[in-house]
Design a protein around this ligand. Structure first.
Ligand SMILES: [Zn+2]
Length: 318
């Protein structure tokens, strides 16, 4: 059994564990430890934490790991392992030579992928897309990200930026400002915060009886109980996402669309609107494209990062 270290670097936490490959079946993730990223302390601090966590994971492993696969927030150049850009949520993370630093500290080969791409590769290869030749993976939570994966290869694009499905034009978002600076994008309508904002705009409560802010799970519960504002907010988000997914099927014609993230757990108001939006835009030959749930949860980026390392090594060897 070949064992690797898998790392997932997010804006709030860093998860690091062991990923063991088992011939023909889903890689086994074990001994995962999570620590705060403390991104506000700067890129150097984050790098030091990552190196510390990787070394600790190597110590926890019963056999010597063969390499380190990393999934990281920010724009990543998978060819070099560099973080080429990170937004203001991770100051100083852009410019980090992450892959080279990890190899220098451990002596192990290291590959780095953007976190959305790593998540998508994991789901495509071993999760909801296992056995399928192509998939579009879409994660809908506080933001919306995605990736198109064909024959085990992620479409990275010429700036390693491909897959920003949250930042495509969407009819329901006309005039709505987006986190990227544009207006009219899918994300502010269909991601979790957009659903909460619409619920409040429709007259729903901004806070729970105990004073904590309204959250998506409560809106979903209220929609199921018949609350009209909650139903309307979920329907608007589901319809908008469905329309964009239908459009994407016309473009890429994947064998399936894999949906993951907190928002896709929403109930029938959301999912029926999603299906309606999808069929409204998808051309007849792609209307039967299955929309399936992701199956790997938090393990997806760790598995995808290690899968990327193993496949890259294989390609170099050939
Ligand atoms: Zn945008």
């Amino acid at each position: 059994m070949a064992t690797y270290v898998g790392v997932d670097i997010g804006g709030t936490k860093i998860a690091c564990g062991l990923v063991s490959l088992v011939e023909g079946s889903v890689p086994v993730v074990s001994a995962v430890e999570k620590v705060p990223t403390d991104a506000q302390l700067g890129g150097k601090h984050v790098l030091a934490t990552v190196l510390e966590q990787v070394k600790a994971a190597i110590e926890r492993s019963q056999e010597k790991p063969l390499g380190v696969g990393i999934s990281s927030a920010g724009v990543v150049d998978p060819a070099t392992g560099d973080i080429t850009f990170a937004n203001e949520l991770m100051p100083g993370w852009g410019g980090t030579h992450l892959g080279a630093e990890v190899t220098a500290a451990t002596g192990l080969p290291c590959n780095v992928l953007n976190d959305v791409h790593a998540h998508a590769l994991g789901e495509a290869r071993w999760g909801g897309g296992k056995g399928l030749p192509s998939v579009l993976v879409v994660a809908v939570g506080t933001g919306i990200g995605g990736a198109y994966v064909e024959d085990g290869a992620i479409m990275l694009g010429s700036h390693n930026e491909a897959g920003h499905i949250g930042h495509v034009a969407c009819i329901a978002a006309a005039g709505v400002p987006c986190s990227c600076g544009a207006t009219g994008h899918l994300e502010p309508v269909a991601a979790g915060p957009g659903i909460i904002a619409e619920y409040i705009r429709q007259g729903g409560d901004a806070t729970l009886p105990d004073g904590t802010p309204m959250h998506g799970a409560e809106i979903d519960r209220r929609a199921a109980a018949g609350d009209e504002a909650a139903k309307a907010a979920e329907r608007r988000a589901g319809l908008a996402l469905g329309e964009v997914l239908g459009s994407m099927c016309n473009m890429f014609d994947p064998a399936a669309i894999i949906l993951s993230g907190s928002v896709v757990k929403c109930g029938p108001d959301w999912s029926e609107a999603l299906g309606q939006g999808f069929l409204g835009q998808a051309m007849p030959p792609v209307q039967d494209t299955p929309l399936v749930d992701g199956t790997l949860g938090d393990d997806a980026p760790l598995i995808g990062a290690v899968e990327n390392l193993v496949v890259s090594a294989y390609r170099e060897y050939r």
